[in-house]
Design a protein around this ligand. Structure first.
Ligand code: SAM
Length: 280
């Protein structure tokens, strides 16, 4: 490997500059991710099991008013932890995810319990949203991962795919999450682990742009015989005011704000913000 490649990979990127690789669809990393999704006690790739149960119950009771004739779409459904629960409650559910491994797991779980769920292994940024829905979900702070143009495109697509009176429920981190953040850089060697099955060196950095409200975790991975890859995990944070104007600019009507996807009351000092935006 040439030194200039390494310098380029480890340099501070421009805001929302893409990494060189995608972690969710990588064969090895997606296996690690699936383990994290399915770990009942952690808030890693999915929230812990208790929180997921409380979320599904809140969505059923308060958001859908127990009207199980509603049609629900889950964007980035992962291994189907929300979709399968909602299908079990009686909703007609579609889940989209570009991780083939997660979709496979979601389908297997649905089949085991005799649930009928439509699972699509697609990139929701580029695929057509296949129907019209009463409720569209995007859970676990994925909205802030995308750059500004992509966030607007998502809002446009979601708006177009919502039925009249439909709602978009999604969560984000608030800037307060990073209030004690200090930028850092570190490195470590693993004899096989999260990023690769064989030995690798990881150069890790974390930075917070307070003015823009954008956080970045960046991982540069070096492994024998493979080109240097960099994974950028961006996070655009929001507070209700900024989000309200973005939603209005993209055709949405009123939004309700909560502290999280279990329906906790909104607090400006909570790490997360959950918005339920009405189409009209
Ligand atoms: C943080 S996980 C959350 C998964 C699920 N919502 C949950 O909370 O259990 C993000 C999910 O979004 C998926 N994802 C990210 N970008 C995507 C895209 N552009 N198209 C489809 N799926 C995507 C990933 O594969 C991953 O399963």
């Amino acid at each position: 490997m040439e030194i200039h490649q390494l310098l380029a990979a480890a340099a501070k990127p421009a805001i929302f500059q893409k990494g060189t690789a995608q972690m969710w669809t990588d064969d090895h990393i997606s296996q690690q991710m699936l383990l994290a999704h399915l770990d009942p006690g952690t808030d890693a790739a999915s929230r812990n099991l208790q929180t997921i149960d409380r979320s599904a119950a809140w969505i059923h009771r308060d958001i859908c008013q127990e009207n199980t004739s509603l049609k629900i779409l889950d964007l980035g459904c992962g291994p189907g932890l929300y979709t399968n629960r909602l299908a079990e409650l009686g909703y007609e559910v579609t889940g989209i995810d570009f991780s083939a491994r997660s979709i496979r797991h979601a389908k297997e779980q649905a089949a085991e319990t005799g649930l009928s769920v439509r699972y699509l292994n697609e990139d929701y940024l580029s695929c057509l949203l296949p129907d019209s829905y009463d409720l569209i979900l995007m859970i676990y702070c994925d909205f802030g991962v995308f750059d500004e143009e992509e966030r607007r495109a998502i809002l446009g697509k979601v708006h177009a795919a919502l039925a009249p009176n439909g709602k978009f429920l999604f969560d984000m981190f608030q800037p307060v999450r990073y209030r004690n953040h200090s930028d850092s850089r570190s490195w470590y060697v693993e004899n096989g682990g999260f990023w690769r099955k064989d030995p690798y060196l990881c150069l890790e950095s974390s930075s917070w742009d307070e003015k823009a409200g954008i956080h970045l975790d960046s991982y540069t991975i070096l492994e024998e015989g493979r080109s240097v890859e960099t994974y950028h995990l961006w996070d655009k944070t929001y507070i209700p005011d900024e989000l309200t104007s973005l939603l209005q600019q993209n055709g949405f009507g009123k939004a309700e704000f909560y502290g999280d996807v279990t329906g906790s009351p909104y607090r400006n000092e909570s790490d997360t913000l959950c918005a339920v935006a009405s189409r009209e």
